[in-house]
Design a protein around this ligand. Sequence first.
Ligand SMILES: [Zn+2]
Length: 46
Amino acid sequence: MDYYCLRCKKIVELTTNYQGIRCPYCGYRALKKERPEVVVKKVKAE
Ligand SMILES: [Zn+2]
């Protein structure tokens, strides 16, 4: 699961070894889960 920093808007990949949720770029401690790309393909099977 990828997160993005609410401050610098950079994508932060959190690993299992990651200690605490913090942006490695700016040090901001508010990361938000990246919105999953909802790919809705409506294919008309006609
Ligand atoms: Zn940041």
